[in-house]
Design a protein around this ligand. Structure first.
Ligand SMILES: NC(=O)c1ccc[n+]([C@@H]2O[C@H](COP(=O)([O-])OP(=O)(O)OC[C@H]3O[C@@H](n4cnc5c(N)ncnc54)[C@H](OP(=O)(O)O)[C@@H]3O)[C@@H](O)[C@H]2O)c1
Length: 266
């Protein structure tokens, strides 16, 4: 039985490892990790019971899959033995903005290479990960991928050119939602509520509406209309959103993020 090796043991690797163990997809004994010069890898290993590797050779010994989870800028300065030592492995990269083409140079002898973009709700198993593979995946590698990304929540395979749009929507999207939550909280205070109450109402309203949206198989416009009586309270609020160009602003926000993602991809 082969292992999954994590190179980089920070927030993203921890979310994946903890999800794999929580979902009982991989036992701790079949997961290994290694970090840089800090203490993240030893902390992750002692917290979860996975194996702590002291060298790259130790990390990949017995591994079938290598998850590359350090910062994108670490790739250029990574140990040059990474290329030969990753020969024959399924390499899964979570490095933001690193294209398959560049990854194929860094891991030239990998069995296959997967570029992925997780998002921060993955830390609690509620993430959305977009991914693409260099070559068509065999059933065993597809199953491994489903387990690794399933540890973070849901995932979707996309053609690589669409990953910048994915990044702008689902990668950055949590930040837009957090910004909306902050705006709703501030507006609640402006409407006369105590800050603590405003915070609770903002969070719970977003949570409840999102859960309702996910629960029902109907579009958001229909759900919106169910809350809105003609010339009623919600209609007054929505009219203001429309007058101030809310949808156009969200569109510009996503397109700007997509353009920046394209600029930064290498
Ligand atoms: N966090 C997210 O929600 C998120 C979302 C999408 C994509 N990502 C991607 O996930 C990756 C990791 O992000 P993160 O938030 O987990 O970062 P992080 O918490 O800062 O962790 C970085 C990890 O990389 C290790 N490291 C540093 N230099 C290394 C080297 N030369 N060789 C091996 N390991 C090295 C660090 O070890 P030491 O502590 O020992 O230095 C640490 O374990 C990034 O590429 C990012 O683009 C993250």
């Amino acid at each position: 039985m082969d292992t999954i090796a994590f190179l980089g043991a920070g927030n993203m690797a921890a979310a994946m490892v903890e999800g794999l163990i929580r979902e009982k997809a991989w036992p701790p004994g079949r997961i290994a990790c290694m970090g840089g010069s800090g203490a993240t890898a030893s902390a992750l290993a002692s917290r979860t019971g996975i194996r702590l590797a002291r060298s790259l050779d130790e990390l990949v010994a017995g591994a079938g899959t290598l998850v590359v989870a350090f910062k994108p800028q670490h790739l250029a300065s990574a140990d040059p033995r990474l290329d030969p030592l990753s020969a024959g492995l399924l390499v899964i990269s979570v490095l933001a903005g690193k294209r398959i083409e560049g990854l194929s140079r860094a891991f030239s002898r990998a069995r296959n290479i997967v570029r992925s973009m997780p998002n921060t709700p993955g830390q609690i198993g509620a993430g959305m990960t977009g991914w693409c593979a260099r070559d068509p995946l065999g059933p065993a590698d597809r199953a491994t991928l489903e387990e690794v990304f399933g540890a973070l929540g849901r995932s979707i395979e996309l053609p690589e050119p669409q990953l910048d749009a994915f990044t702008a929507v689902s990668g950055s999207g949590p930040a837009y939602v957090f910004e909306f939550a902050a705006a709703l909280r501030d507006a609640a205070v402006a409407a006369g509520l105590e800050p603590a109450t405003a915070t609770t109402l903002s969070v719970e309203t977003l949570l409840g509406a999102s859960r309702l949206l996910a629960h029902r198989d109907i579009d958001p416009e229909t759900l919106r209309d169910q809350v809105t009586s003609p010339n009623g309270v919600t209609a007054a609020g929505l009219r203001k959103m429309s007058e101030r160009g809310f949808r156009g602003m969200v569109r510009e926000c996503v397109l700007a993020a997509k353009a920046r993602s394209e600029e930064l991809s290498a």
